[in-house]
Write a protein that binds this ligand. Structure first.
Ligand code: NAP
Ligand code: GLV
Length: 313
C-alpha cells in the first residue's frame, strides 16, 4: 500500500516515521519525490493544485485538519482539481476539540473577569474594584455546533454561562439553547455578549461576520474567531471596535496569514492576535485516526468525516 504525503512546511520525517509505525504495511512517499506515481491514499494539508487533479488511482484523500477549504478551494483555480468520486476525509477531532475548548474558555474568562482592565490597572499601580459582569447576562453564542463547536459550547455551559448554538440542521446539545438555519440566525444573535465562530468556510459562511451581524450583538460584546479569516469582514470589525459596539476581539485566523506587519489589527489594543494555534493538528492522534480509517476502508467498513462536496464541509 502506498501513501503519498504533502505537508507545506516540508517537515516530512516525523510523519513518515509515524505512519511507518502505525501502518507498517504502507510505503509513505513525499509528494515532491513521487509525482506521477500511483498511490492508494493521499494525506495532505493545503496541497498544490497539481497533486489531486485526475487522480483516479487514489482510494481516498485524508486532510490533515478539520477544515477542508484548503482542498475544496483548489476548484477555484481549476474546476477539475479534485478527483471525481474519490472521498475527501477530514480530521474528526483528533485532539482538537479539547484545544479549542481551552482556547475559547481562556478568552471568555479573560473578558468575563475583566482581566485586561486589571492588567492595565496593575501597570498603573492602581488598586481598584471593578464592577463584575453578571454571569446570567453574559450570554455566549457558538456559531457552528459540529465536532469542535459542540465541545466548546458544552464546556462553556459547564461554567454556568447561558450558551446558545447555531448550526445548519437542528441540534440538541445538553445545556445549550439551539438555533438553526437562516431563520434561526436572528434569534441566535440577538443580544449575545460573546460570539464564538467555529463554522467551516463555505460560500454561505464567507464574510458572515459583518457590520449587520456585529450590530445584532449586545452593545460592548466580544468576538472570538477560531474558524477562518474570510468569515470576518476585517474593516467592519475594526469600525465596530472603534465605535464601541464591540469591546474586544480575540482572533486566531486571518484573511492573510501570517498577518501582515502593517495590518491595523496589530495597532488595536482591543484586538488580541494569535497565529492560528487555537487547535493544532496533533501528529500522533491524527496518524492514529487516519491509520484506523485506512484499515476500516480495507475491510469495507464505513468511516466518519467524509466531506460532502456540495455542502462544502
Ligand atoms: P464540523 O464538525 O463540520 O461542524 C461544522 C458546524 O458548522 C456544523 O454544526 C454545521 O451545521 C455548521 N454549519 C456549516 N455551515 C453552516 C451554515 N451555513 N449555517 C449554519 N451552520 C453551519 O466542523 P468542525 O470540526 O467543528 O470544525 C469547524 C471549523 O473550525 C473547521 O472547518 C475549520 O475551519 C476550523 N478550525 C480551525 C482551527 C484553528 O486552529 N483555528 C482548527 C481546527 C478547525 P450542521 O451540524 O447542521 O451540519
Ligand atoms: C486548522 O485550521 C484545521 O482546520 O484543522
Amino acid at each position: 500500500m502506498k501513501l503519498q504525503l504533502y505537508v507545506p512546511d516540508g517537515r516530512y520525517e516525523p510523519w513518515i516515521e509515524g505512519f511507518a509505525e502505525a501502518l507498517p504495511e504502507a510505503q509513505c512517499l513525499k509528494w515532491e519525490e513521487s509525482q506521477g506515481e500511483a498511490a492508494d491514499y493521499a494525506v495532505v494539508w493545503r496541497p498544490p493544485v497539481a497533486m489531486l487533479r485526475g487522480r483516479q488511482d487514489l482510494r481516498a484523500v485524508f486532510n490533515l485538519g478539520a477544515g477542508v477549504d484548503g482542498i475544496l478551494r483548489l476548484r477555484d483555480e481549476d474546476p477539475d482539481a479534485l478527483p471525481a468520486g474519490v472521498p475527501i476525509v477530514r480530521l474528526d477531532d483528533a485532539g482538537m476539540a479539547a484545544q479549542m475548548a481551552e482556547y475559547v474558555t481562556a478568552a471568555v474568562l479573560r473578558y468575563f473577569r475583566k482581566l485586561d482592565a486589571y492588567d492595565a490597572q496593575e501597570r498603573a499601580g492602581t488598586w481598584k474594584f471593578l464592577k463584575p459582569h453578571r454571569r446570567a447576562d453574559f450570554t455566549i453564542g457558538v456559531m457552528g455546533i459540529g465536532t469542535l463547536g459542540a465541545h466548546i459550547a458544552r464546556t462553556l455551559a459547564g461554567f454556568g454561562f447561558p450558551v446558545r448554538g447555531w448550526s445548519r440542521s437542528a441540534k440538541a446539545v445538553d445545556g445549550v439553547e439551539s438555533f438553526h438555519g437562516e431563520d434561526g440566525q436572528r434569534a441566535f444573535l440577538d443580544g449575545l455578549h460573546v460570539l464564538v465562530n467555529v463554522l467551516p468556510l463555505t460560500a454561505e459562511t464567507e464574510d458572515i461576520i459583518d457590520t449587520g451581524l456585529l450590530y445584532r450583538l449586545a452593545r460592548g460584546a466580544y468576538v472570538i474567531n477560531v474558524a477562518r479569516g474570510p468569515h470576518l469582514v476585517e474593516d467592519d470589525l475594526l469600525a465596530a471596535v472603534r465605535e464601541g459596539q464591540i469591546a474586544g476581539a480575540t482572533l486566531d485566523v486571518f484573511r492573510t496569514e501570517p498577518l501582515p506587519a502593517d495590518h491595523p489589527f496589530w495597532q488595536e489594543p482591543r484586538i488580541t492576535i494569535t497565529p492560528h494555534i487555537s487547535a493544532l493538528t496533533l501528529r500522533e492522534d491524527s496518524i492514529a485516526q487516519i491509520a484506523g480509517k485506512i484499515r476500516a476502508l480495507a475491510e469495507g467498513k464505513p468511516i466518519a468525516g467524509v466531506v460532502d462536496l456540495q455542502r462544502g464541509y
